[in-house]
Design a binder for this molecule. Sequence first.
Ligand SMILES: *[C@@H]1O[C@H](CO)[C@@H](O)[C@H](O)[C@H]1NC(C)=O
Ligand SMILES: *[C@@H]1O[C@H](CO)[C@@H](O)[C@H](O)[C@H]1NC(C)=O
Ligand SMILES: *[C@@H]1O[C@H](CO)[C@@H](O)[C@H](O)[C@H]1NC(C)=O
Ligand SMILES: *[C@@H]1O[C@H](CO)[C@@H](O)[C@H](O)[C@H]1NC(C)=O
Ligand SMILES: *[C@@H]1O[C@H](CO)[C@@H](O)[C@H](O)[C@H]1NC(C)=O
Ligand SMILES: *[C@@H]1O[C@H](CO)[C@@H](O)[C@H](O)[C@H]1NC(C)=O
Ligand SMILES: *[C@@H]1O[C@H](CO)[C@@H](O)[C@H](O)[C@H]1NC(C)=O
Ligand SMILES: *[C@@H]1O[C@H](CO)[C@@H](O)[C@H](O)[C@H]1NC(C)=O
Ligand SMILES: *[C@@H]1O[C@H](CO)[C@@H](O)[C@H](O)[C@H]1NC(C)=O
Ligand SMILES: *[C@@H]1O[C@H](CO)[C@@H](O)[C@H](O)[C@H]1NC(C)=O
Ligand SMILES: *[C@@H]1O[C@H](CO)[C@@H](O)[C@H](O)[C@H]1NC(C)=O
Ligand SMILES: *[C@@H]1O[C@H](CO)[C@@H](O)[C@H](O)[C@H]1NC(C)=O
Length: 770
Amino acid sequence: MGFKEVFLIACVVGAVSAQTYRVCVSSAQNSPTCSSLSRDDSQVVCSTVESRIDCALRLATGQADIGYFSEEETLLLAQTQPNDNLVIASVRDVTKLDPNAFETVSVVPSNHTNGLEGLRGGVYCHPGFDRADQRWSPRVLRNLEELAARTDRCPNVNINGKTAEEVEVETLNGFFSAACRPGIWSNNATVDALLKSRYPSLCERCGPNSGCSGYTINMGTQIAGVNNNNRHIQALECLRTNVNASSAVAYVAWQHVREYFTIRNPQDAPNFSLLCPNGTLVPLTNDVLNNGVSPCAFIRQPWGTLVASTGNAQTLLNSLRTWWPSGSNPNDNTWQSTLFSVLVGGANARVVYQDAPISVLNYTSPIRTISPAEATTSCLPARRWCTVSTLEQNKCNWIRAAAHTLGIQPTISCLQRNTVLDCLSDTKDDQTDFISIPSNYGYLARQHFQLTPVKLVQNAQADASRIAAFVKESAVQTSNITRFENLRDKIACFPEYGGLAYVSFVRAGQERGILSSTDCDYAQIVGEFFGGACAPGAIDASHALSDSNFNASVLCSACRPTVPIVGNENASTCTYDYNTNLYFGNNGTLACLSNPSSDVAFLNTRNISAHLSALNLNASNFRALCRNNSLAANTGINIDDGCLLAYVVDAEVVTRRNDPLYHALNTLFDSLDFYFGYTAATGNQLINLEIFSPLNGAKDLLFKDSTIGLTEPTTASTHEPARNYMELIRHLQACTGTNPPVPGFANRNVFSHSIVILIIMAFMTKFVVY
Ligand SMILES: *[C@@H]1O[C@H](CO)[C@@H](O)[C@H](O)[C@H]1NC(C)=O
Ligand SMILES: *[C@@H]1O[C@H](CO)[C@@H](O)[C@H](O)[C@H]1NC(C)=O
Ligand SMILES: *[C@@H]1O[C@H](CO)[C@@H](O)[C@H](O)[C@H]1NC(C)=O
Ligand SMILES: *[C@@H]1O[C@H](CO)[C@@H](O)[C@H](O)[C@H]1NC(C)=O
Ligand SMILES: *[C@@H]1O[C@H](CO)[C@@H](O)[C@H](O)[C@H]1NC(C)=O
Ligand SMILES: *[C@@H]1O[C@H](CO)[C@@H](O)[C@H](O)[C@H]1NC(C)=O
Ligand SMILES: *[C@@H]1O[C@H](CO)[C@@H](O)[C@H](O)[C@H]1NC(C)=O
Ligand SMILES: *[C@@H]1O[C@H](CO)[C@@H](O)[C@H](O)[C@H]1NC(C)=O
Ligand SMILES: *[C@@H]1O[C@H](CO)[C@@H](O)[C@H](O)[C@H]1NC(C)=O
Ligand SMILES: *[C@@H]1O[C@H](CO)[C@@H](O)[C@H](O)[C@H]1NC(C)=O
Ligand SMILES: *[C@@H]1O[C@H](CO)[C@@H](O)[C@H](O)[C@H]1NC(C)=O
Ligand SMILES: *[C@@H]1O[C@H](CO)[C@@H](O)[C@H](O)[C@H]1NC(C)=O
């Protein structure tokens, strides 16, 4: 560096010393960290973000100045925000300062012929799909097999009834004669076990009793400097011992190829070569093995990065150079040291500065490019996620891009509609494939739109949906209401026709014997029981639950328009929106109950005290009527869960009944939950996108923030509100005879022979009364 440059930097540093930079810090970090970051004459402050995707969005809009992005996140940003922000440094490992975080290569015997096609019928040795190496995404893990066995095209494979993993493994099984491909092939344990039992040859070379969970081959003696338990070393040993097969290949990291053939088995190096993606061979000579960069890699991985907002990138780059001159943690108890820990990481992390800030795309494109989702072939068509707002569409597009970056199958596409009901209708009509809906619409989705659940959400205790019945205290007194029977001919309020509160009352009424258990016209039995009601949507075709001729307008007689009709203040309405129906929704139901003529309300108790105070109502005017037919001893809204008519999950994911890709969608959600759910160790994820959390501050997008995970839609779920929900649905559908047969997944015959599925479909179409 000449005097001029030193002078220039000194000037710039002098000029910016007053500036304070906003550093993205995960909300999981505690506030003491942020305090110590601001100590002394600190030039940085915390900008607390929910996820690193939030950070990227803030950088792009200039609301934050710098953040760290992992390897895969940097690749994601190259697709979603290629030129919005600038890379100012990469973050490497002190033990491996190579230009690439890792490289994947294919090693074959030197007499290999015929390029990638020459691998057909041979042996395949793989380090494993069990995330022993956290940094290999599914896309990286599968790269060789995708290119060699063309697992991304399957012209002759019948995909119906199958998961993406099943189609993939079936293709691989037809390509390689034997393999060791240990680890998890599907994030659904049932699918995984099924595939392992069906395609044992893909685990055959793992060694005796491996269970396909790793290698148990004889590794011989341990040699200093090479770890015999390392999966890449084991895969190379697998290759060496299968050298007499018609062909053989190990797909491993270059770093370990070098260890193996320079330290462990140098005598074998002349007998092996790298197989390049273009089919040529490169012998493993000393020169080649001594190079940190492989002669030809299948994938080269860019290091994680420090990314800055465009406006501040150059000054930040200059500042970082003065704060961390050697690129390592100064470890001197200063705010600069804290900043290093917060932003960069532990003792092994080294910052390597860019000469000048470059766009994220310019940083990644010489190293690795991922073709855009829409330009990528795959065996299964994209699953179309129905969204109901621009913000949801935006979040969906991030999930889509992140899943595509990692190589999760099937791919996702995002389609925006106006309302949940539009989404349900378009899913029924095969215009979209799935949507996450509030459980309020669960029965309607099944009964009216003929959909079926893929997953239920799990909720924290406090967030599950709780449905209660409240009788007006004055009605309790004047009409002597103590039991459900006493509600006959009274006036009832519901948030929405066919909604969770409505069907929970139907069940309670049938259990108590006040509603017929054999007459399953749920409009008629409720309409004939009460003297009047407000159940918004009752006469709307979009909410119809049956084909009956019953005139459901009695179920709207107690509803009131938001703008009263002059001269007829008792005129009703049956619309189902806040703008026109004053009594729509949970808060509207309370307003309905406060009308002098109403007697009882059925509603979700979520936020009920906020609604009461917003409406200026007094909780002591209401008394709960419990599912077991007892009247609460005290007035008020505080009731225990035993009194509720329903205690169920607040949302679920639904799709078409009998969709041939039902199972593929189910396991897609297992993967999304694994990579982007709360089970993923926060911060250590390949991509720190949180599917159940707000995005850029916007709440309840695609999933409510109350979601903590997913569960199977069965009465055997381990989550109580999920079991309860399935039991409620089962009760309702038992009456109408619409309980669909459980998709025959565990049953191999039904699962694999679509003819049986077709028969079931024919059976259902013929006999089920919707
Ligand atoms: C491969 O075959 C040759 C000749 O048949 C034999 O000498 C050699 O030991 C075999 N190698 C392995 C790894 O089995
Ligand atoms: C390579 O040599 C081995 C014996 O060392 C043999 O078994 C194998 O068939 C040969 N492969 C090819 C492709 O010629
Ligand atoms: C390795 O290659 C040499 C010739 O390059 C050959 O003589 C030898 O048999 C090979 N060893 C094995 C184990 O295939
Ligand atoms: C194949 O790729 C290697 C490594 O990138 C390169 O050296 C070689 O020239 C390529 N061969 C052909 C035929 O394209
Ligand atoms: C990116 O690369 C292109 C082509 O080399 C160059 O014109 C452009 O200035 C670069 N942009 C940034 C921000 O690095
Ligand atoms: C109220 O009902 C109970 C039982 O349903 C009955 O015993 C009681 O006499 C009734 N009271 C009045 C005031 O009607
Ligand atoms: C249903 O009843 C309402 C009022 O009782 C009446 O105005 C309406 O015309 C009826 N609808 C049908 C389709 O009979
Ligand atoms: C509205 O209903 C109330 C109670 O049923 C009744 O007292 C009142 O007269 C009605 N008003 C009109 C305009 O019908
Ligand atoms: C209920 O809440 C919705 C949405 O917050 C609001 O638009 C509506 O006016 C409320 N209804 C009543 C009766 O307060
Ligand atoms: C509860 O009501 C309050 C006030 O109306 C509102 O700010 C809050 O978002 C509501 N919470 C939920 C979960 O609906
Ligand atoms: C509600 O009513 C009860 C009894 O009528 C009364 O003691 C209480 O102060 C009231 N609360 C409010 C907030 O008005
Ligand atoms: C796996 O998927 C099937 C259907 O797709 C489902 O029935 C089963 O419960 C799932 N198993 C697990 C362990 O998630």
